[in-house]
Write a protein that binds this ligand. Structure first.
Ligand code: ADP
Ligand code: TPW
Ligand code: MG
Length: 569
C-alpha cells in the first residue's frame, strides 16, 4: 500500500497477491522476467513461497502435480510470449490429465498486440491458450483482479479439474486503486469444487449391474487418487469383495500388497471379467479403449463413475453411468449395497488370485539378481525394497523401460505416492514433479528416471540443490532411448539416433551444484547409495549403470510404432 496525499493506494501487483492469499494459495512455481519479476519479489516479501525454475516447462509440471496432490490449483507464473509458450505444454498436460492448474503469464500491451505493431514479446496469448485448457481469462482492470482470480480457481478445480490460463498484462500490474476499494474487490471462493451427488436411479442401476456379475472387476484411476476419498474407496473394494486393478497413479490407493489387488493378473482380469466398475479412470489408449484383443471375447458390462458426463460412452457402451464426484458416488454405492451384499463367485476370485500368485512367484528370483551390469529387474528389485521400507516417500517415474518395469515391480503402499508420465506418456515431468512433491508434502522423493527422460528436465537439479530439497534422483543409465546398442547402418561418424554418450556420469552433474553424487554398478551398490542419499535428506543423484542391451523398443508399448514395408538396413 502507498500513501498518495490523503488516499491510501494499492496496485495490481498487490491485488494479485492478496487475491491468491485470500484463497489459500501460497506457493508459486515460476521463472522471473519482464513483466513479472517484481511480482515474484513482492510475493516472497508477502510471505508466499516462490520457487524459481530454470525453464517454465518444469515450473508448469510442478504446478500441475501440485494440483493433483493438493486439490488446489497449482500456479505457474511466466513472462510473455516465449515464457508463456514454454509453460503451455504443462498447461495442456494438466488439462489432459485432469489436474487443476493455473498458468498465469505476463503479456504485452493489448493495443499494440492487437494491431500487430511488434511489441516486446508480442503474442496473442489468450487465443493461443484457449484450445489447450478448460478456460482462459484476461484481466484488464485492477478492480477485476479479485473476480478474475476467483474465476480461474473455480474453473480449475470444479467439475473435471484441468488447466486454466490467466493473462496478466504488464499494464495491469502497475495500475493503482484505492486500497480499501481494492480490498473490498477481492473474492474468496466458497466451496470451489462443490460435491456432485449422483442420481439415486443411477446408483440403483449400478448396483443391479454389479449384482448380476459373475466375474466382476474394479478399475481405479488417478481420478480416484485425486478425489482423496481413500477410506470410502477402500471400503467399497473390501465390502464388494471384487478384485481391483489400479492404474499407474492409482497404485497405493489400497496397498499393492492388498489381497484383492489384481495388478499382477492384469491380462487375465481384463480378458475374463464380465463386469467392470471404473472409478476415476478413462477407457482411453491406456486401457485399449475398452475393447479389442486385450479385453477378450467376453461381452462386458461397464459401470462408470466419473464427474464428467461426456466421458460416458466415450469408447464403449456404459451400462450404468454414475455421474458425480467420486466421494459422493462411492458412498452412495456403499449405502445401496446394503448389509446382505454377496461376494463374487469364488471360482472367479480363486482364478484371479491363483494367477496373481503364480506371476509373483515367477518374478521373485529375477528381482533378486545381482547382475553386473544391472538389468531392470535387479536394479528395480533393490528400489522396491527401499520404497517398502520408506512407504511415505514419493516415487516419481519416467522413461520407457524404466517406467514400465518400475510400474509393475515397485509396490506402492499409500495413496498418491506414485507420480508419473500420465495420460500422454510425456517425457520431462521428472524434476518438476519431484520438486513440487517435496515442496507440497514435505516427504522425501525418489525419482526413478530413464537417462533420456532425465535429460528433458536435468538442469532443474540446480533448483533442487538451491532449495535443498530431499530428492534422490536415480538415473537408469543404459546409454540411450530404449537401448544403448543401436548402430548407424551407414557406418558414418554419427551414432544412431537413439544412442547417447557412453559411460556418462550423471552423478557429476549433481555434484556440480553441491548435491551428493553416487555411481552404482550393482543392485547392492544401488541400494546402499539410495539409502545413504535418502537418510541424508539432501539432494542426491545416483548414476545407475544399466546393461545397454536390457531394454526393449518403446518398453511395453512397442506395438504402437508404425511399421514400414521397406526392410530395415
Ligand atoms: P487413469 O489415467 O489413471 O486411467 P484418467 O486420467 O484417464 O485416469 O481418468 C481420470 C478421471 O477421473 C477423469 O475422467 C476425470 O474426469 C475423473 N475425475 C477426476 N476427479 C474426479 C472426482 N473428484 N470425482 C469424479 N471423477 C473425477
Ligand atoms: C516430450 C518419446 C518415449 S520414451 C522416451 C522418449 C524419448 C525415452 C526412453 O528412454 P529412457 O528410458 O528414458 O532412457 P529407457 O529405460 O527405456 O532407456 N518427447 C516427449 N515425450 C515422449 N514420450 C517422447 C519424446 C519417448
Ligand atoms: Mg535409457
Amino acid at each position: 500500500m502507498a500513501d498518495s496525499g490523503n488516499e491510501v493506494l494499492t496496485d495490481g501487483f498487490h491485488l494479485v497477491i492478496d487475491a491468491l492469499k485470500l484463497n489459500d494459495i501460497n506457493t508459486i512455481y515460476n521463472v522471473p522476467g519482464i513483466p513479472i519479476t517484481d511480482l515474484g519479489r513482492f510475493m516472497q516479501a508477502e510471505g508466499m513461497r516462490v520457487l524459481s525454475f530454470r525453464h517454465e516447462q518444469h515450473a508448469g509440471y510442478a504446478a500441475a502435480i501440485a494440483g493433483f496432490l493438493t486439490k488446489k490449483p497449482g500456479i505457474c507464473m511466466t513472462v510473455s510470449a516465449p515464457g508463456f509458450l514454454n509453460g503451455l505444454t504443462a498447461l495442456a498436460h494438466a488439462t489432459t490429465n485432469c489436474f487443476p492448474m493455473i498458468l498465469m503469464s505476463g503479456s504485452s500491451e493489448r493495443e499494440i498486440v492487437d494491431l500487430q505493431q511488434g511489441d516486446y514479446e508480442e503474442m496473442d496469448q489468450l487465443a493461443i491458450a484457449k484450445p489447450l485448457c478448460k478456460a482462459a481469462y484476461r484481466i484488464l482492470h485492477a478492480e477485476d483482479i479479485g473476480i478474475g482470480i476467483a474465476r480461474a480457481i473455480r474453473a480449475a478445480v470444479s467439475g473435471r479439474p484441468g488447466g486454466v490460463y490467466l493473462d496478466v498484462p504488464a499494464k495491469l500490474l502497475g495500475q493503482t486503486m484505492n486500497a480499501e476499494a481494492g480490498a473490498n474487490s477481492l473474492v474468496k471462493v466458497i466451496d470451489a469444487a462443490p460435491r456432485q451427488i449422483p442420481a439415486p436411479e443411477a446408483v440403483k442401476r449400478a448396483i443391479d449391474v454389479l449384482k448380476g456379475a459373475k466375474r466382476p472387476l474394479i478399475i481405479l484411476g488417478k481420478g480416484a487418487a485425486y478425489a482423496q476419498a481413500d477410506d470410502a474407496i477402500r471400503a467399497i473394494v473390501e465390502k464388494s469383495g471384487i478384485p481391483y486393478l489400479p492404474m499407474s497413479m492409482a497404485k497405493g490407493l489400497l496397498p499393492d500388497t492388498h489381497p484383492q489387488s489384481a495388478g499382477p493378473a492384469r491380462s487375465l482380469v481384463l480378458k475374463e471379467s464380465d463386469t467392470v466398475m471404473m472409478i476415476g479412470a478413462r477407457l482411453n489408449w491406456l486401457l485399449s479403449h475398452g475393447k479389442g484383443k486385450s479385453w477378450g471375447d467376453q461381452p462386458k458390462k461397464f459401470v462408470h463413475i466419473d464427474i464428467e458426463p461426456k466421458e460416458m460412452d466415450s469408447n464403449v457402451e456404459i451400462a450404468a453411468p454414475v455421474v458425480g464426484d467420486i466421494g459422493s458416488c462411492v458412498e452412495a454405492l456403499l449405502d445401496a449395497m446394503g448389509d446382505d451384499w454377496k461376494a463374487p463367485p469364488k471360482d472367479w476370485t480363486d482364478a484371479v488370485y491363483a494367477k496373481k500368485d503364480a506371476n509373483i512367484e515367477r518374478m521373485a528370483p529375477r528381482l533378486q539378481n545381482n547382475n553386473v551390469p544391472m538389468d531392470y529387474h535387479g536394479a528395480l528389485g533393490a528400489l522396491r525394497t527401499i520404497i517398502a521400507e520408506r512407504p511415505d516417500s514419493i516415487l516419481v517415474n519416467e522413461g520407457a523401460n524404466t517406467l514400465d518395469f518400475a510400474r509393475s515391480i515397485i509396490d506402492m503402499h499409500k495413496p498418491r505416492k506414485r507420480l508419473d508420465v500420465g495420460t500422454w506418456g510425456v517425457m520431462g515431468i521428472g524434476m518438476g514433479q519431484a520438486i513440487a512433491a517435496a515442496v507440497e508434502t514435505g516427504h522425501p522423493v525418489l525419482a526413478v528416471e530413464g537417462d533420456s527422460a532425465f535429460g528433458f528436465s536435468g538442469m532443474e537439479i540446480e533448483t533442487i540443490c538451491r532449495y535443498n530439497l530431499p530428492v534422490c534422483v536415480v538415473v537408469f543409465n543404459n546409454g540411450g532411448i530404449y537401448r544403448g546398442t543401436d548402430v548407424n547402418p551407414t557406418g558414418g561418424a554419427d551414432v544412431a539416433p537413439t544412442v547417447f554418450v557412453k559411460d556418462a556420469r550423471y552423478d557429476k552433474m549433481m555434484e556440480a551444484f553441491g548435491g551428493l553424487g553416487f555411481n552404482a554398478t550393482s543392485p547392492d551398490e544401488l541400494k546402499r547409495a539410495v539409502n545413504e542419499a535418502m537418510d541424508s535428506g539432501k539432494p542426491a543423484l545416483v548414476n545407475a549403470v544399466i546393461n545397454p542391451e536390457a531394454g526393449t523398443e518403446s518398453g511395453r508399448i512397442g506395438n504402437l510404432n508404425p511399421q514400414s514395408v521397406v526392410a530395415k538396413k
